[in-house]
Design a protein around this ligand. Structure first.
Ligand SMILES: [Zn+2]
Ligand SMILES: [Zn+2]
Length: 251
C-alpha cells in the first residue's frame, strides 16, 4: 500500500534522524558548542564567521582569490603562462584556522560526520565558484599503503559529498598512485613537481577521452598534485579537466 509505505518511510526517516542525533549530537565542529539539532553547516555563528569562503574576485582559471582591490576579472600570471594543465579550479574555503583544524580532524581522525557540513559550505558559494556536474568524477587517489593505514581516501568521501546526485560518475579505479611519494608539504615548488613526476598512472585511457572531468581533492596548496593528474588526463584526450577542493591556501 503506497500510503502505508510513505508513512513507514517517514517514520524510518524520523528514527534515523533521532538515532543520528543521539550518536552525533549537534555540536560545533570546531569549538564543540552545542547547536540546535539539524544545524548545517555544523558551526556556531562565531566559528562560521571565521571560515573564509572563497568568494572572489577569482582568477577564472585556477580560482586564485585576488585581493578585493585587484580590479575586475582577469587571469593570474600562472594561468597566463600555461602553467596549469587543468582548465579550472575552485575551492570551498581558504585553508586557515579554524577550518584547517576541522579538515585535519576529518582527514587524520576520521571525523567523517563533517562531510554534510562541507557540502553545506559548498552550497553557500557564489555562482562563479560552482562547478557543474561533470561526466566523470575522479578523486585524487592515495597510494595503496597509505589507504590501508588511513582506512579511507578523504578525496573519495569528499567527491561523494560534493556530488550527491552524481555518485555513479565517481570512479576510483582509473587513476592510480603508483609511487608512495613524500608528503608534498615538506617540499619546495620544484621538488614537489619532481616528487610527483610519474607518480600517477591512468588505467583505461579510452574511458577519459573526450570527457569533461572533475578531479576532487582536500587541499589545493600549489596545485602540483591535481596538475599532474590533469596532465595525464589531458594527454589521454580528456576534453576538459576541472578541479574542486575543499580548501586552498591563501596566496
Ligand atoms: Zn564554534
Ligand atoms: Zn590563475
Amino acid at each position: 500500500m503506497p500510503i502505508r509505505n510513505s508513512r513507514l518511510n517517514q517514520l524510518c526517516k524520523a528514527l534515523r534522524t533521532a538515532f543520528t542525533e543521539l550518536l552525533f549530537p549537534s555540536t560545533c565542529l570546531n569549538c564543540r558548542l552545542a547547536l540546535p539539532p539539524g544545524t548545517l553547516p555544523m558551526f556556531c555563528p562565531e566559528c562560521l564567521g571565521q571560515i573564509e569562503l572563497v568568494n572572489g574576485p577569482l582568477c577564472p582559471g585556477c580560482g586564485r582569490q585576488f585581493p578585493k582591490a585587484a580590479g575586475g576579472v582577469h587571469f593570474c600570471g600562472l594561468c597566463l603562462s600555461g602553467h596549469y594543465h587543468f582548465d579550472q579550479a575552485r575551492a570551498v574555503a581558504i585553508y586557515s584556522e579554524p577550518f584547517a583544524q576541522v579538515i585535519h580532524r576529518f582527514k587524520y581522525q576520521g571525523k567523517t560526520h563533517a562531510l554534510a557540513s562541507f557540502r553545506a559550505l559548498l552550497e553557500m558559494l557564489p555562482p562563479e565558484s560552482v562547478i557543474e556536474p561533470p561526466e566523470l568524477i575522479l578523486p585524487v587517489p592515495l597510494h595503496d599503503r597509505k589507504l590501508r593505514q588511513r582506512g579511507f581516501n578523504q578525496a573519495v568521501l569528499l567527491a561523494s559529498a560534493f556530488f550527491p546526485q552524481a555518485r555513479r560518475l565517481i570512479r576510483t579505479d582509473l587513476l592510480r598512485r603508483a609511487i608512495n611519494t613524500e608528503p608534498q608539504t615538506s617540499l619546495s615548488g620544484k621538488a614537489r613537481r619532481l616528487n610527483l613526476k610519474n607518480a600517477f598512472t591512468l588505467r583505461d585511457p579510452e574511458l577519459v577521452r573526450g570527457k569533461r572531468i572533475v578531479l576532487v581533492d582536500d587541499v589545493f596548496t600549489t596545485g602540483t598534485t591535481v596538475n599532474e593528474c590533469a596532465r595525464i588526463l589531458k594527454k589521454a584526450g580528456a576534453l576538459r579537466v576541472e578541479v574542486l577542493t575543499l580548501a586552498r591556501v591563501r596566496e
